[in-house]
Structures are given as C-alpha cells and as structure tokens.
Ligand binder design. Structure first.
Ligand code: H76
Length: 447
C-alpha cells in the first residue's frame, strides 16, 4: 500500500545514536508536575487513580487546576542530588516529563503562561536537570504530552470547521514548543511522545510524520518513540503495511511483551516502562492503596526486558518539595547496588536466542551468554539447552570464580550452582564457541 506518512525506514537503526540508546538498557522515568502538589487528594478526598490524572478523576476545572502554579515552589529541589541518585542506581538515561497532560511546563516556554517561570520558584527546572544529568554522564530523554488540557485549542476529536481551525492552531503551538525544546536543550537524545491516542491526532497522521522529520532535522541522531505516530489512515505505532513507525516500539507500559508470542520484538527496538506501585506515575501520597513492587520484582522486570532485547525504564514521582519519597530512594539504592556488581549482564546486552529455562533469564554480549538466576534449584544443577553447533567452553561467576559445567546430552549442559548463597539474583557468565565439528558421540533415537 502506498503511504505518504508511514514508516520512514524499514528495520532497525544501526547508527551510533541508536546503538547508544539500545546499549543504555536501563533508564529512569521522572513524572513531575503540578499533580505532585495534591498527590492524589482533592477537596479532602483521596482518589486511587493515577495521581497525574487527578484533574480528571476529581473533575477539576482547568482554571482551578492551574491555580496550583501559585504553589509550585520545590525548596528541596537539587538537580545535582537527583543526578547522583540516578547515577547510583545505575541508570544510563532519564526520561523527564517536560509537560504532562495538565499542560504545565518544567521549562520557561514562550508559548504559554503555564510554566515554571510563572511559579514562585521561577527557575528553569528542566535546564537544571539536563545540565546535572549530562554532567553525570547520563542521557536525557524528553517525555512530551501532545494532549494538553490547559490549551483552549486542544481537541480530542474534530467535528466542526471551528474544531479544525482550532486544532491546526494547536498543532502550530505544539511545533513551536518542540522546536523550543530542541533548540534550548540540544543535548536531548530522545523525545518520548504521549497523549497521542485521540481521533484528532489519528486524523492528522501527516503531522506526526512531520514532527518526526522536524526533530530529526533539528537534532540529527535523536530517537523518537512509536507512540507519536499515526499514518495516512490513522493507524498507530505500526503503519498500514505493518512497519514500525518511529525508532522503537513504546507500547509496553506496565507490562512486558509476551516472551513467546512477541519474541518477534527482537526484530525492532523497544522500550518498556513501569511504575513501582500498580499505576502511579506522578507523586501519590498514599501508596498503601495498591501493591508496591519490591526491588527484586523490579529487577526481574529489568532483566526480563533485556533478555528479550528491550530497554526498561523505572518510574519515579518526586514530591512537590523536590525530594523523593523514601521508598523510591531505597529502591534506587538496592537496584544500584545490584547493577554495580552485575551490570555487565545488562548494559549493551541483548536477546541470547536460547530457550528460556525456569531458573531465570539469558542475556548476551558477543561470545558471552549471561545466566541471571532468579530461582535457585534444589537439584543444584542449572540446566541449559544450547542451539545447534554451540559449545559452552567455560562458566564463571562475575568475580571470575569457576563453576563446573557438564555436558549432559547433545546440546545440553548442567552448570553447578555456586556454593555461596547470594540472597539475591546472581549471574553466571558462559563463554561460548560456535562450530560445526561436534563429535558425534550421541545416539539418535529410533522412533
Ligand atoms: C495514560 C497515560 C500516561 N502514560 C504514562 C506514561 C503516564 O504518563 C500516564 O499518565
């Protein structure tokens, strides 16, 4: 099918910027905006829906919601501390909400009055964060919600001539904000679009193709998520010919791709993102209202994503005062300690192509296959099935300590579990060799 606004490219990007995006593997999300002030509570009532959507749950008018700007004064905000926390956690990039659905901008945008510049705090939060993260060697990605509840010209659908005119003005406003972000903060590595699911955007697929091209002209190498995109027929993420639009699939939100059905995900780049509670992105004052994942559960999702050839972004919702809640600080520390020891099996690693086993996950980097053991077997044997013509030549812990490897059958091995109990998931590094000369010492079954 002939498409004007479909995928700009077929297959993965292999340039240095995309390679960096991919090799980073672990990121943090920051959801910070006016919603951090009420923290899920409006007029004395606590709403359990996502805190950054409180305006919708509590049916607050635009005018009343934006009054919160008068209270935006995060006295404890210290970009350097945020960068240190990210660094200590081992994340290689941070995705920051420049503007969420509410419309409040963390940078002093010239195109709206609803920005940090008009708050008591005044300072350019985004600018400080970009600088601090970059100084710590951390890439910055911009989250940007196209849907903007604060803007009178936003439309979720287009039903009249008037809607059409308003929405075209809105798209121009959005272009202006995006150009502003790209030029004020030229070290930004990625734009992650959200709030693009409405009919109005689907009817303007041309505009999403235009945004992708515009940003790539302004910032060569920048990466862009699939969620931005709609094609000529309003088909989203994948165009009407089934080709991924943008640079990586970003639909995996609070879920991972199906390890069996979706293993074709390794055919394109993808990034998943997750919340620590069930579904809170912005700060919510009461985390007891839903299940909160423990650090090993978060770690397992990170490892699982990388084992399927994707990236994982763990979300944080800072408090209105600019500090992080203790649960998040604690979790970042635990993940960081583990990454410090075991990061070798995450950064720059990919899908190994080996059959998954019950003890955990494989990742791979060149001739090393990593086993990340989440379930330590009572048999003391970690069973492995290798693809044809693959041999394991050595198994060690990451500290170099050797482990016993036994070839148990054709293309099957056991690695003995290490003597020590790590009290956490641990990693075994396998060195492998591919060759066709496997001695034919196995008997074929007569069936
Ligand atoms: C729905 C929705 C939004 N997408 C997530 C990444 C959060 O920003 C949530 O508010």
């Amino acid at each position: 099918m002939e498409l004007q606004y479909g995928a700009d490219r077929l297959g993965k990007r292999y340039d240095a910027d995309m390679q960096k995006f991919r090799e980073n593997r672990l990121g943090a999300f920051i959801h910070w905006g006016l919603y951090a002030i009420p923290g899920g509570e409006w007029d004395g009532k606590i709403y359990n829906g996502a805190a950054e959507w409180l305006k919708a749950w509590a049916k607050v008018s635009v005018k009343d919601w934006l009054q919160l700007i008068k209270q935006w004064n995060p006295q404890k905000f210290d970009a350097k501390k945020w960068a240190k926390m990210a660094k200590d956690m081992g994340v290689r990039y941070v995705k920051i909400t420049t503007k969420h659905h509410e419309g409040f901008c963390l940078w002093p945008s010239k195109f709206t009055e609803y920005t940090v510049a008009n708050s008591p705090y005044k300072k350019d939060i985004l600018g400080e964060l970009v600088k601090a993260y970059n100084e710590a060697g951390i890439d910055v990605h911009f989250y940007f919600s196209v849907m903007d509840w604060s803007h009178p010209d936003w439309r979720s659908n287009i039903k009249t001539k008037e809607d059409e005119a308003a929405f075209q003005r809105f798209l121009t406003f959005t272009d202006n904000q995006l150009k502003e972000l790209a030029t004020r903060y030229p070290t930004v590595k990625d734009f992650w679009f959200d709030g693009t699911w409405d009919e109005s955007i689907k009817k303007n697929g041309w505009w999403t193709a235009h945004v992708e091209r515009m940003l790539k002209e302004l910032l060569p190498g920048v990466t862009i998520n699939s969620r931005l995109r709609a094609d000529d027929y309003g088909k989203r993420h994948f165009d009407s010919n089934g080709h991924l639009m943008g640079d990586y699939e970003s639909a995996y939100e609070r879920r991972l791709p199906d390890p069996v059905k979706d293993l074709r995900v390794t055919k394109w780049d993808w990034e998943a993102c997750m919340t620590i509670p069930e579904n809170q992105w912005g700060y919510h004052k009461d985390w007891s209202l839903s299940y909160v994942k423990n650090p090993v559960e978060v770690l397992e999702r990170i490892v699982h994503a990388v084992s399927m050839g994707g990236n994982m972004v763990v979300n944080f919702g800072p408090q209105a005062d600019g500090d992080f809640r203790n649960e998040e600080k604690e979790l970042a520390k635990v993940i960081g300690k583990w990454m410090q020891k075991n990061g070798e099996c995450i950064y720059a690693c990919d899908y190994a192509g080996w059959e998954k086993q019950d003890w955990g996950y494989y990742t791979r980097k060149k001739n090393c296959v990593y086993m990340i053991v989440f379930n330590r077997p009572y048999s003391q044997q970690l069973a492995i099935k290798v693809p044809k013509e693959t041999q394991i030549t050595k198994a060690t812990l990451l500290n170099g300590e050797k482990l016993e490897v036994i070839e148990t059958a054709r293309n099957e091995y056991n690695v003995g579990v290490p003597k020590q109990d790590f009290h956490e998931p641990f990693v075994i590094r396998l060195e492998i060799k591919s060759s066709k000369e496997t001695a034919n010492k196995y008997h074929e079954a007569l069936t």
